[in-house]
Design a binder for this molecule. Structure first.
Ligand SMILES: [Zn+2]
Length: 93
C-alpha cells in the first residue's frame, strides 16, 4: 500500500509595519509563505503550491500577495536596515 498526501507548512519571512487595510491601524504585518508539499509515506517530497500572505498582527486580517510584492517588501526592509545603519554610523561620528 502506498500512502501519499500533502503537508502544508507556514514559514515566516518578515515583519513590516504599515497601515492595515482592514483595521486602518498602523500595525506590524507578518509576511509568510505557505508551502504545500506532496508527501509519500509522510515524507515531504516536492512543493505542489507556494503562496504568500500578509497578516495584520492587530486584527488578524490576511491578504494573499504575490512573489513580486514579497520581493518589494523585502527590498523595503533592506533599505530601512541600510538607512538605520547609516544613521547609527553618523551618530557615532
Ligand atoms: Zn489590521
Amino acid at each position: 500500500m502506498i500512502i501519499f498526501g500533502t503537508r502544508t507548512s507556514s514559514i515566516a519571512l518578515a515583519v513590516i509595519s504599515f497601515l492595515c487595510g482592514f483595521c486602518k491601524v498602523q500595525a506590524a504585518q507578518r509576511i509568510f509563505k505557505r508551502v504545500t508539499k506532496f508527501t509519500l509515506f509522510f515524507i515531504p517530497l516536492f512543493p505542489v503550491s507556494t503562496r504568500y500572505f500578509v497578516t495584520c498582527v492587530n486584527c488578524g486580517g490576511t491578504t494573499e500577495i504575490n512573489k513580486q510584492q514579497v520581493d518589494h517588501y523585502q527590498e523595503f526592509i533592506d533599505n530601512q536596515r541600510i538607512e538605520r545603519d547609516l544613521d547609527e554610523r553618523l551618530e557615532a561620528n
